[in-house]
Design a binder for this molecule. Structure first.
Ligand code: ME8
Length: 502
């Protein structure tokens, strides 16, 4: 069986989750569900980035210990993922003892092969971004615009400079590594000046301690080194434990990642620093690292520090988590920025979900119950609907491979729209008992549609199948054959899938 290893960033738990975090995680969940549907063995990793000055400062502000703060906040993330039906295989926390041990042994391994060496870091550091500034940036952070701290501290450096040429080569030979295409130039330009070595430790009380025997009192491992390595510790990689052990099996099975999703705010970490660390460890690189666009709010990036975030719990309680999953992926192509407004959300909800999809299912369900006593009538020719729905798999697969959720949903909207036109033209309410084959075709179309919609709308897909009495039919690729619904299947009355928002 093919494998598929997929990751999201691990989010800082200094504050509550917002719609930006939901975006990446929902996109990953959709991919994971799709790949499972295709029959692959999937490992979907997400988690929490729990160390660093920013988390420690938030804990101080809340009058809690850092551990208390992260324990509380991580629960909010877990609750949110449950609400949104995120089916991850592992949720990693960087405060887990096992993760910390792995970080230390990777640090030691790199030190042994000369990729880590002691030195003094002189320069600026941005705590909100947990980032060392390049000397040319000056004293304010180019990413968030805030003033930074001036540091002069003893540290250990990672020899990032050693990997500059190999990174360049890798980018040329593996164009699919940097996705989407529109950010390729930006990433490649990051290599136009010599790469400075990266300071790997900080004078920060809340972080992974240096490995035993490494000098440096008061120093902990730089939070980004700790965080990036979650993608390795998440599949139990450990340079000290051989691959054949139980520990090593998960790594053996799933490494390297097939797709890593990140927001475009952290592409330097993921397209430059991360692959360089893997090169230093002699490990294969991820196949694809995709830097998606931002959700803006009031034309600025939605972020905790700007105070312009959309709160997902409240949003889900008003409109449902399915609608949020749908909106995020249907509104804007994945690589682009989008403005999140309640008005845009309501418009899309009402047009795509309430009027088109919800109405289609509601209308023919009603007709089967009134014209045929609730039993799916016998089929004749599948006609245009059979042609429209069967054979979509290659095109949809291609779209998912390109992370084109927007195009994927556009294709499914066309199916829904064909179904609604068909219903209008066939007008079963006029044909009475002669409307049987048309209603069968609509049932079959909706069954196949529910299979395709499942990754994005898992609850809705199940509700469609339940009201059409199709719960016992297969849901894997074999479900795509036209004609699996048995005539006589009992259709039941159900509330609207997406009640119109006034
Ligand atoms: O950067 N639009 O964590 P973080 C779209 N811990 N996506 C957004 C977004 C927005 N407005 N705001 C946040 C960190 N995101 C590190 C990551 S990984 C080894 C360590 C999403 O809590 C997007 O995926 O700041 C972005 O990259 C991530 O959340 C940043 O989350």
């Amino acid at each position: 069986m093919d494998k598929y290893y997929l990751t999201t960033p691990i989010y800082y738990v200094n504050a509550q989750p917002h719609v930006g975090h939901v975006y990446t995680t929902v996109a990953a969940d959709v991919l994971a569900r799709w790949e499972r549907f295709l029959g692959k063995e999937v490992f979907f990793l997400t988690g929490a980035d729990e160390h660093g000055s920013k988390v420690a400062a938030a804990a101080d502000q809340a009058g809690l210990s850092p551990q208390e703060l992260v324990d509380q906040t991580v629960q909010r993330y877990l609750d949110l993922w449950k609400l949104l039906e995120i089916k991850f295989d592992r949720f990693i926390r960087t405060t887990e003892a096992e993760h910390q041990k792995i970080i230390q042994s990777i640090f030691s391994a790199l030190q042994r092969n000369g990729d880590i060496y002691p030195g003094v870091y002189e320069g600026h550091y941005c705590v909100p971004c947990e980032r060392y500034l390049a000397p040319a940036e000056g004293i304010d952070c180019a990413d968030c615009g805030r003033p930074t701290e001036k540091l002069s501290e003893e540290t250990y450096f990672f020899r990032l400079s050693r990997y500059q040429e190999r990174l360049k080569e890798h980018f040329v030979k593996n164009p699919e590594f940097i996705q989407p295409e529109r950010i390729r130039d930006e990433v490649t330009n990051m290599l136009s000046d010599p790469l400075p070595d990266l300071s790997l430790t900080r004078r920060c009380r809340w972080g992974v301690p240096l490995p035993e025997g490494v000098a440096g009192s008061g120093l902990t491992i730089y939070v980004w080194f700790d965080a990036l390595l979650n993608y390795l510790s998440g599949v139990n990689y450990n340079p000290l434990s051989p691959a054949e052990t139980d520990q090593g099996k998960l790594f053996q099975r799933f490494w390297p990642p097939d797709v890593q999703l990140v927001g475009k705010d952290i592409i330097r970490f993921h397209h430059i620093i991360w692959p360089a660390i893997l090169m230093a460890l002699n490990l294969p690189l991820p196949k694809k690292v995709f830097g998606h666009g931002w959700w803006l709010s009031g034309n600025e990036k939605m972020s905790k520090s700007k105070g312009n975030v959309v709160e997902p719990f409240d949003f889900c309680s008003r409109y449902g988590s399915e609608a949020l999953r749908y909106f995020l992926l249907a509104e804007v192509p994945f690589g682009m920025d989008g403005n999140f407004t309640e008005d845009a959300f309501r418009k899309r909800y009402n047009s795509d979900l309430a009027n088109d999809l919800g109405n289609l299912i509601h209308r023919f369900n009603h007709l089967i119950r009134t014209n045929f006593g609730g039993k799916v009538p016998a089929p004749q020719d599948g006609g245009i609907l059979a042609r429209k729905t069967t054979g979509l798999l290659p095109a949809l697969t291609q779209k998912m491979e390109n992370l084109d959720f927007f195009g994927f949903l556009e294709t499914l909207r066309e199916v829904v729209s064909t179904g609604n036109h068909y219903l209008d033209e066939e007008a079963p309410w006029r044909k009475g008992p002669n409307s049987g084959p048309a209603l069968y075709n609509l049932t079959e179309t909706s069954r196949i549609l529910s299979i395709y919609l499942e990754p994005v709308l898992p609850r809705t897909a199940a509700l469609i199948r339940r009201q059409l009495g199709l719960m016992d039919l297969p849901t894997g690729k074999e479900a795509l054959t036209w004609g699996l619904t048995k005539p006589g299947t009992i259709v039941t009355k159900a509330p609207p899938l997406f009640p119109r928002i006034k």
